[in-house]
Each structure stands twice: as C-alpha cells, then as structure tokens.
Write a protein that binds this ligand. Structure first.
Ligand SMILES: Cc1ncc(COP(=O)(O)O)c(C=O)c1O
Length: 384
C-alpha cells in the first residue's frame, strides 16, 4: 500500500478517469440505470450510499483509516447514532466513557436509555476502573482525544480488556483524525468521526464516517439506509476534495496548537494550558505512545481572571472567529461553558475541569506568528 499522503490524494480515484477528468466529478443523480442482470437490490440509489461518488469516497477512506470498509453519513451524529442503534437493542448494555461530546451524551443518556439500553460509565483516564463488566454489556464507547481538556485514554488497555470480555469497541476519533491515530491498528472494532471537522477541513459541510471491518460496517449501513442518513452528492464531492489535503492540514494545525500552547504557558495572565504535547499534561506519555507526540489542533487554557474577561478574549480576537467546531483551515476560539458544554450541568462540567473561564482554541493553518499576535493583543488588554 502506498504512503498516507499518496492514499489521501489518489486513493479511490476511478480508473480509467471519467471523461479524462483529473478530479472525479460530482454524481448529482439520485438514481442510476439498472445494469443488465442486476436485480432491484443491486441498484445504485443515493439513499443507499452506493453511487459512484460514495464508492470512491469509501475506498479512499478505508485506505486512509486502514480498515476493510468505510461508510460516509450525513453528519457525525448520524454516524454515531446509526452505529449504536445498529449494535444495541433492548436489554443490552453500553459501557460509555464519562466525558463525551454533548450530542453523543444526550443520545446515550436520553434516547438509548428510553429505548431500554442500559448505560453504564467508566473513566477513560483510569483503566484500572474497568473490572467485571456489568451483565449484558455489549458495546464499549469512548473518544480518542477529549474535548476540551485533551485527555487521551490508554487505548491498548481498554481494547484488551473489552476483547477479553467479548465486548464490541467503538471510538469517536474525530479530534485525532487518521493522521494521528488509526483505531483499528490498536484493536478497536469500529471508529466513528464527525467528518464535518478535520476530515473535510473547510467548515463548509456536515458529514460523518463509520469505518471498521466489512461485517460491522454493513450492519451500520443497513440501519443508516433505513434512517435515511446518507451523505448528499455535493457533500461527497467536497469531502473527497478536502481529504486530499488532510495530512498537510493536520500537521500544520498540530504545529500551531503546540506553538500557541507553549507561548500561552509563558504568559502571566494564563493559569493553565491543556494540550497533550506539553510535558505537564497528564496524558503526555500516552500522546507520545499513540499519536507520535502530536496532540491534535485543539487545546484549551484558563486565564487568571473572570468569566467576563474570558468572554471578552473570545470575542475580541481579530483573526480567530468566536465559533464552535474545529478542524477547519481557520482558527476558532470559544468558551466551552457557553458552547460545547452549555447543556452539561454546571456541577458535572466543573468537576470534569470545564470551568466557566476555560477557553478553547481550535487551530487552523494560518501562520503561527499571526495567531500569537492575535492572542497577544487581547491578553495585553487584560493588563491595562
Ligand atoms: C467529538 C465529536 N463527535 C461528534 C460530533 C458531532 O458531529 P456533527 O456535528 O458532524 O454531527 C462532534 C461535533 O462537534 C464532535 O466534536
């Protein structure tokens, strides 16, 4: 198999090229001519995610993730909900990490429980807490890098434990992307992503991804087909295009995050910086072990000041936009307490370290010096 950058650029391209087009075209058609001898179920139809645009995208993504199969979805939440619905039923148990993306958290603790799935929790940062699984546990679910404190679980210990108990492992690897971490290489059965973020990387579509072995992905596909959670044709084209530069973008975002995190650590107005490339981060060694020392493009920091001051910083930057999301080419800044974690009870949020004053930065690919200058001018005003 070719190297990662080559797979990103060329993987999935149709041969021969369609009409000679170097960039595969948009297949903006809901249905396709039935081929002689094929029955109705073999037909290409947009909701079944089997148009030529979907097929190329699935091939590129399975090459990049190192999985047998891949399936794109209408959003990250479509990937997550279809995966969990396809594998869990009434009476089954789900063992979920205790700090998850808000949408996932709402689905797990609300809808899944309402439908009779028993939800149990574990602390991803403390694999010793995994002992005998609660009876009926069928699926374990965790995230590769937590938002916004960038905690990294010990993946090997988790997957070894789950395998020894016959539990299916699912991981949301959105914050890591396949550039930093390929979950199946570390024993996970299924990975899910919000491709709205780094995979597409340009902040202009919603998309999701499920990858794993063919049997598992087919199980999800069946459920997704019925839910109608397919990715539309134009978004397929944009995601395919975005993926071509994933490696370059992630490398630059990681450099920017590390550079900004280091610079902030030395500023008198800053109390603490959370990025796993900093030696003081509790998961520094896990970041070295699993992600080649690259901790992703997101980090967070706490200022020595009030909530109002934190809010002022988020709304005063000139380059960084005060907006949620991550993984795009432009840098975004938010206060998680008022964005990603607004729906989490304050007590739980603060106990997890997500204070009102915490600020999150999702790095883009701009010049580091300009990003430093942007934060310097707003932090400088804190002094005055
Ligand atoms: C880690 C993670 N997983 C899943 C999602 C949901 O993705 P989407 O908005 O594409 O549905 C998000 C969105 O922010 C996320 O950050």
């Amino acid at each position: 198999m070719k190297g990662m950058q080559t797979r990103l650029v060329h993987g999935g391209d149709p041969h021969p090229r369609i009409g000679g087009a170097v960039v595969p075209p948009i297949f903006q058609s809901a249905t396709f001519e039935q081929k002689a001898g094929n029955d109705y179920h073999d037909g290409e139809y947009i909701r079944l995610s089997n148009t030529p645009g979907h097929v190329s995208l699935h091939e590129k993504l399975s090459l990049v993730c190192g999985t047998e199969a891949a399936l794109v979805t209408a959003s990250g939440m479509a990937a997550i909900t279809a995966t969990l619905l396809a594998h869990l039923g009434e009476g089954d148990g789900l063992l979920a990490e205790n700090r998850l993306y808000g949408g996932t958290e709402s689905f797990i603790s609300g809808d899944l429980q309402r439908w009779g799935v028993k939800v149990h929790r574990f602390d991803g940062t403390d694999p010793d807490s995994l002992e005998e699984p609660p009876p009926g546990t069928k699926v374990l679910y965790c995230e590769a890098i937590s938002n916004p404190l960038c905690r990294i679980p010990d993946f090997q210990r988790i997957t070894e434990w789950a395998k020894s108990h016959g539990i299916i492992t699912v991981i949301d690897a959105t914050f890591a992307t396949p550039i930093l971490f390929r979950p199946v290489e570390h024993g996970f059965d299924i990975e899910v992503h919000s491709a709205t973020k780094g995979l597409n990387g340009h902040g202009d579509i919603a998309a999701g991804l499920v990858a794993g072995n063919s049997e598992r992905v087919d199980t999800v596909r069946r459920c997704l087909n019925l839910l109608g959670g397919h990715l539309d044709a134009h978004a397929c084209f944009l995601l395919y295009r975005g993926l071509r530069t994933l490696g370059l973008r992630v490398a630059r975002q990681c450099e920017n995050a590390h550079g900004l995190a280091q610079w902030l650590s030395a500023q008198p107005q800053v109390k603490q910086v959370h990025h796993p490339t900093l030696e003081q981060h509790p998961d520094y060694s896990l970041c070295q072990k699993y992600m080649g020392g690259l901790g992703g493009g997101v980090f967070s920091f706490e200022i020595d000041g009030s909530v109002d001051e934190a809010q002022r910083i988020c709304t005063s930057t000139r380059l960084m936009a005060n907006a949620p999301s991550l993984g795009g080419v432009e840098t975004l800044i938010t206060r998680p307490a008022s964005s990603s974690h607004a729906g989490v009870e304050k007590e739980i949020r603060v106990a997890q370290g997500v204070t009102d004053e915490l600020i999150r930065v999702a790095c883009g690919v701009e010049d580091l010096d300009d990003l430093i200058e942007d934060l310097n001018q707003v932090l400088g005003e804190s002094h005055g």
